[in-house]
Write a protein that binds this ligand. Structure first.
Ligand code: GLY
Length: 371
């Protein structure tokens, strides 16, 4: 497979590499991008045993000395305590301002290692080496990094762009079905907000385990297209002053479902449910073409189902009200929502919380033929 590259011309430009056998290329890719001789690999207890030795060997071959910090896998460990341990590890290893962090893993690892790199010595270089679909298509690109607080997810963080993103699609084979489906929620989101042709491609060729086994080239092409879509938004609005909010399509209701479920439902499932609900709500309150938008909601629901995401929301709007109030994107009594008008045609609209609750009610009410 040829490696695909996507350039991200933000304030500190970088390149994303998508292909196979790229873990072995981490050292050569890193070498011209960082001046220091030391690299700290940050990884978790699932990914480290599988892939850290390959990345270590590649870095050593390229002239780096390496140290590896491994933390217990899972969102439960995306805490200030783990972040503090990472910083202490970097300090004990005596990394200096010229050295680099290598974030090897999924979204939790990338977010936390990125935040450690952003803050250690007021910011050192880091590379994103995403190993999950979610991290490849979304969290490794765009420079958002964060840790959770007991009060909510990603409440402490910053924007800090990596020197490069290296996505080895060969790593996707070791994901669980739930981890694969988590990334598919974001893939579907990108298709809805930006690319009807990608949407149709996913309808005919969903990203499933069979696709990983039999059509990895196509999967890599879909991942690269997702990165381009995200790049095109991020370059216009690096720090989410406006347009970048488009990437939150489906997330306001999705986050409320995720929080209400105590994070027992996958992120992809919750984003999928959120996308369908806000599309149905827009259909039901709009004075435009209700049938076309209900049709779009049906198609998004079909795509979610085809990607192994549950399409049954276990909650009513009333169940979600308290969780929705904790949305970190809320601005006082208002919230910015992404409302679809059609494929590749979404608007960002500021609504009051009362209007948001009405939209949730409209979007989560059963369809007439199901009532
Ligand atoms: N995941 C949304 C963003 O990076 O803005």
């Amino acid at each position: 497979m040829n490696t695909l590259t996507i350039d991200v011309p933000v304030s500190a430009p970088y390149r994303v590499h998508v292909g196979t056998r790229l873990l072995e290329q981490v050292g050569p890719i890193a070498r011209p991008l960082v001046s220091g001789r030391r690299a700290a690999i940050i990884t978790d207890s699932n990914v480290g045993p599988l892939y850290a030795p390959i990345v270590e060997a590649s870095l050593k071959e390229a002239g780096f000395s390496t140290v590896t910090f491994t933390f217990p896998a899972g969102e439960a460990h995306k805490t200030l305590a783990t972040y503090g341990q990472m910083l202490a590890f970097l300090a004990d290893a005596e990394l200096d301002r010229h050295d680099t962090v290598v974030a090897l893993g999924g979204g939790v690892t990338g977010d936390m290692a990125g935040f450690a790199a952003a803050t250690y010595l007021r910011g050192i270089a880091y590379l994103q080496v995403p190993t999950s679909l979610l991290a490849m298509v979304d969290s490794s690109v765009g420079g958002k990094c964060a840790v959770d607080l007991p009060q909510g997810k990603n409440l402490v963080g910053s924007f800090w762009q990596p020197r490069a993103v290296i996505a080895d699609v060969g790593c996707l084979g070791t994901l669980t079905d739930a981890q694969l489906a988590d990334g598919c929620g974001e893939v579907i989101k990108h298709a809805v907000i930006a690319d009807p042709a990608l949407f149709e491609l996913l309808e005919s060729h969903p990203i499933t385990r069979s696709a990983l086994e039999n059509a990895l080239d196509l999967v890599a092409t879909v991942i690269a297209r997702n990165i381009e879509i995200k790049r095109d938004v991020v370059v216009q609005d690096e720090r989410e002053a406006g347009l970048r909010k488009l990437l939150n399509f489906g997330h306001s209701i999705g986050h409320a479902i995720e929080a209400r479920a105590g994070y027992t439902l996958g992120h992809g499932t919750c984003v999928g449910l959120g996308m369908v609900a806000i599309t149905r709500a827009t259909a039901r309150i709009s004075d435009g073409d209700e049938t076309a938008l209900e049709g779009l909601a049906d198609r998004i629901e079909g795509l979610c189902r085809a990607h192994g995401l549950s399409v049954t929301c276990p909650y009513t709007a009333a169940d979600l009200k308290a969780a929705a109030l904790h949305d970190k994107k809320r601005r006082g009594e208002r919230i910015d929502l992404v409302l679809p008008r059609g494929l590749a045609s979404c608007t960002i609209q500021t609504v009051t919380l009362d209007e948001f609750f009405l939209l949730m009610e409209a979007g989560l009410a059963p369809k007439e033929d199901e009532a």
